[in-house]
Write a protein that binds this ligand. Structure first.
Ligand SMILES: *[C@@H]1O[C@H](CO)[C@@H](O)[C@H](O)[C@H]1NC(C)=O
Ligand SMILES: *[C@@H]1O[C@H](CO)[C@@H](O)[C@H](O)[C@H]1NC(C)=O
Length: 322
């Protein structure tokens, strides 16, 4: 699926706020660098993760890879958003390890692939929402439509990017339909038009909006954990550097690559748990780059140190049950 695995532009460039980073990124350079992979893996005593070359980024330039990082972080994106705390749960009741797939067997939806569209912000949102509906009802629940957000949420720029907070605002106020109702069609980088209100793109599907009763930001490591263990996966965002695209296994963190590891932009994902591997605390995360990338589509990233800002833009909402 090499052809279905590339990219376009990034919102940061559009907004012109990343001029310095943009100059630093040599855009025609290939996203994957076999020399980095070899040097990194030779240095394993010094690092907590293994690098590799995935089909997903094979043959893509850094410029193409940047277009996938369609999540706008920082710059006031979290301003004014309600923060949810879970003070009624004792910190001591947080388990050392948690994996939503083991906690709720059969209820966590599989890894998806955003392809060439900068729609990670939409995938992270509807994927955690779908899991949260399944968990709240203790029954399998349909795959939800990222295309609904990409094509219909007017506060976003579709394949050119979006805000995590705005995605959850849309989910609370409007809601999203199922994947069957409005299938993902933006994979080549162009979002189809929003269908008329009340109509599915595939006529045989049932029209139903999945909404939340609220949406909120999670501001501490403990509150992120408590939100996941009580309600299910949450959406998070972080800054992607070139090294991250080479992740294969272990616990990711920026290490010696930091000196020549350009920042590509914001990326949104679904956090499903946490744990400790060889003495390093990590978040367990579902990506939307297909199952060929990373640990069958998942990755682990250092927890508790706000690695690449992963703990700064975490959002969820409570499913509105009929
Ligand atoms: C959820 O459903 C499963 C399988 O149907 C059942 O075994 C389990 O007890 C249920 N859990 C709760 C909390 O109701
Ligand atoms: C963790 O430690 C074990 C035993 O020392 C080792 O075999 C394994 O490769 C380590 N894993 C990582 C990801 O470093």
């Amino acid at each position: 699926m090499k052809s279905a695995a590339a990219v376009v532009v990034c919102l940061l460039c559009l907004l012109g706020v990343a001029a310095a980073a943009r100059d630093y990124v040599r855009e025609e350079e290939m996203a994957l660098n076999p020399v980095h992979v070899r040097l990194h893996n030779d240095d394993l005593g010094q690092t907590t993760w293994m690098a590799g070359e995935s089909d997903f980024f094979q043959g893509k330039t850094l410029q193409e890879a940047k277009a996938l990082m369609g999540t706008r972080l920082g710059g006031g994106a979290n301003e004014g958003e309600a923060v949810r705390t879970f003070d009624h749960i004792d910190d001591g009741d947080i388990p050392d390890e948690f994996d939503a797939r083991a906690q709720w067997p059969g209820l966590i939806h599989p890894i998806r692939n955003q392809e060439k569209c900068g729609s990670c912000w939409a995938f992270g949102a509807v994927e955690s929402l779908g899991d949260r509906f399944a968990i709240a009802t203790n029954a399998s629940s349909p795959v939800l439509s990222p295309e609904d957000l990409v094509s219909c949420d007017e506060l976003s720029l579709g394949c050119l990017g979006g805000f995590i907070s705005m995605a959850w605002r849309y989910i609370e106020s409007v809601g999203v339909v199922t994947e069957r109702c409005f299938p993902y069609a933006a994979g080549e980088g162009n979002a189809p038009p929003c269908p008329p209100k009340g109509q599915c793109v595939s006529k045989s599907a049932e029209y139903k909006k999945y909404r939340t009763s609220d949406h909120y930001r999670l501001d501490t490591v403990e509150d992120i954990q408590k939100a996941i263990m009580t309600g299910g996966p949450v959406e998070g965002g972080f800054e992607v550097h070139q090294s991250f695209m080479h992740y294969k296994s272990g616990v990711y963190s920026r290490e010696w690559w930091k000196f020549w590891d350009p920042e590509l932009g914001g990326h949104a994902i679904k956090i499903i748990g946490w744990g400790n591997q060889n003495g390093t605390d990590y978040w367990l995360v579902a990506n939307s780059w297909g199952t060929d990338w990373g640990l069958d589509g998942y990755f682990k990233i250092k927890k508790g140190v706000n690695e690449c800002d992963i703990e700064s833009s975490v959002y969820a909402g409570d499913p509105l049950l009929a």
